[in-house]
Design a protein around this ligand. Structure first.
Ligand code: HEC
Ligand code: HEC
Length: 211
């Protein structure tokens, strides 16, 4: 008789474990982690995970757990340098990273206006985003980042719904070599080929697609 109850007990245990992890991710996000250096993510990334545009803090809600985990590991290794995030990434345990990134991936992403790649491109930002600048080997951003920059899978993050100031800071970080975590220098090459005016325009364009 007892044998028949075992699978059920196992299943309950599994359900409880999954629930416990969901709660933990939420706790880290809103209250901080076990180490004092891990302060509540929500204080900078917003209660809704949409970031803080005026401060240039990025949106994390709806990004893939794998992409978020990679970024945290890159902050730890220093291939992505940032004085605010590096100490936090170093102090997070691996279990905390798993819990908080899975929780974030499940948070709702912002609504984004969808454009096809053949849509009319008006202005410097839209032209770069939808067409690129092939004479300088700059492919259209949406070729990798998806239609309207909504992101593709776990390798290509969303650009739409990120604060313009944050996007500009990342492109400049690649130009200055403080962010070197992209495969095959894909983004480094693109960022170094862009002018200041282009970086500003394309960042504003993607930020404007969700509101
Ligand atoms: C004091 C403010 C602050 C706190 C607290 C904070 N962050 Fe950040 N976070 C930032 C800033 C600023 C950046 C942008 C860093 C850069 O420019 O490279 C960032 C970037 C990130 C990124 C990269 C996002 C992307 O799109 O590439 C991840 C992932 C991240 N934070 C996770 C977390 C997690 C998880 C927590 C909580 C454990 C947290 N952050 C707490 C300020 C903060
Ligand atoms: C050939 C593919 C490719 C193209 C084209 C491309 N990107 Fe990227 N981009 C990537 C990859 C891959 C990453 C993630 C790098 C990493 O793992 O940290 C990325 C990341 C970024 C990020 C960082 C986002 C974040 O949340 O951390 C920004 C900003 C960005 N790209 C802007 C652009 C812009 C603007 C264009 C067009 C001018 C563009 N990209 C075109 C592949 C591409």
């Amino acid at each position: 008789m007892t044998l028949t109850y075992w699978p059920l007990a196992g299943l309950c245990g599994l359900l409880l474990a999954t629930q416990a992890q969901a709660v933990e991710g939420q706790d880290i996000y809103t209250q901080g982690g076990a180490a004092p250096a891990v302060t509540a993510c929500s204080s900078c990334h917003g209660a809704d995970g949409m970031g803080m545009a005026a401060a240039g803090f990025p949106r994390l809600a709806g990004l893939s757990a794998e992409y978020l985990t990679k970024q945290i590991k890159d902050f730890r290794s220093g291939t992505r340098a940032n004085s605010v995030m590096q100490p936090i990434a170093a102090a997070l345990s691996d279990d905390e990273v798993t819990a908080v990134t899975q929780m974030l991936a499940g948070m709702p992403a912002p609504e984004v206006e969808r454009f096809s790649r053949s849509a009319e491109a008006e202005g410097l930002g839209a032209v770069l985003a939808l067409r690129g600048a092939w004479e300088r080997n700059i492919p259209a951003c949406v070729a990798c980042h998806g239609p309207s920059g909504v992101g593709v899978g776990s390798a290509f993050p969303p650009l739409a719904g990120q604060p313009s100031q944050y996007l500009t800071a990342q492109l400049n970080a690649w130009r200055q070599g403080t962010r070197q975590n992209d495969p095959n220098d894909l983004m480094g090459h693109i960022a170094r080929s862009m002018t200041d005016a282009e970086i500003d325009a394309v960042s504003r364009y993607f930020a404007s697609l969700s509101q």
